[in-house]
Design a protein around this ligand. Structure first.
Ligand code: CA
Length: 234
């Protein structure tokens, strides 16, 4: 069964064919879409091209090491946010620390259990992409169902355009967090598109209007000089 385009995309960076085969088989049968790079340069290129939701990165790679790949991904604004799980045969504490300092989010020592790896992948995606694994998001009387791409408020359907939908998802993933316009621009529009900061205000305005259509209390707080937050004050 082919995995749907809404399934999380995992980039596997691994040069050993046997390791790759095990990962490919298990991750695709768990419903992930996959991309594969056999060395560091290819990994950097594919990350730019495909914007994966998560990267499984082998430490020992030909030419460019996993650590170097990690460092470069973290240095670029457009790839900085992508979670990275590092794979390595080294179990030394200093290497572990070095890996995490370079910017890896998690670390698994070979030989590892595939089940453990999958559990870590899922946990990481839940943290960084709560909508992506089909979890219902709730805030007050607002519900967002990422599987059905539906939003309701007090049980009534709320119609949103794609940008307002992504904005609301971002807000609902971290209620009460104050987002600057720049951060929202990054998250919702992506770094590579040129969008004026005013555009953020326009779409937040539209989202507000759609959510408050039935005279409900405004859940979006404007934080003067800082940005916006999903936050109902009692
Ligand atoms: Ca390797």
């Amino acid at each position: 069964m082919a995995n749907a385009s809404s399934d999380p995309l995992v980039l596997i960076v691994e040069d050993e064919p046997a390791q790759l085969e095990v990962l490919t088989y298990n991750l695709s049968s768990e419903g992930f879409r996959l991309a594969h790079a056999a060395d560091g340069e290819e990994a950097l290129l594919l990350t730019q091209e495909t914007q994966p939701d998560l990267i499984i990165l082998d430490w020992m790679l030909p030419n460019l090491s996993g650590i170097e790949v990690c460092r470069r991904l973290r240095a670029r604004p457009e790839t900085r946010h992508i979670p990275i799980i590092m794979l390595t045969a080294r179990g030394e504490e200093t290497d572990r620390v070095r890996g995490l300092e370079t910017g890896a989010d998690d670390y698994i020592v070979k030989p590892y259990s595939v089940n453990e790896l999958i559990a870590r992948v899922r946990a990481m995606l839940r943290r960084t992409r709560p909508g992506g694994v089909g979890e219902l998001l709730e805030f007050g009387d607002i519900r967002l169902d990422p599987e059905q791409h539906k939003v309701t408020r007090a049980g009534k359907a709320v119609k949103l355009g794609p940008t307002e939908y992504r904005l609301l998802t971002t807000f609902m993933e971290k209620p009460a967090r104050v987002w600057s316009r720049d951060q929202l621009l990054d998250r919702v529009w992506g770094r590579d598109t040129y969008v004026d900061l005013r555009t953020v205000d326009v779409h937040v305005g539209r989202l507000r209007k759609a959510l408050n259509r039935n005279g409900s209390r405004d859940p979006i707080r404007t934080v003067r000089g800082a940005g916006y937050s999903l936050d109902i004050e009692d």
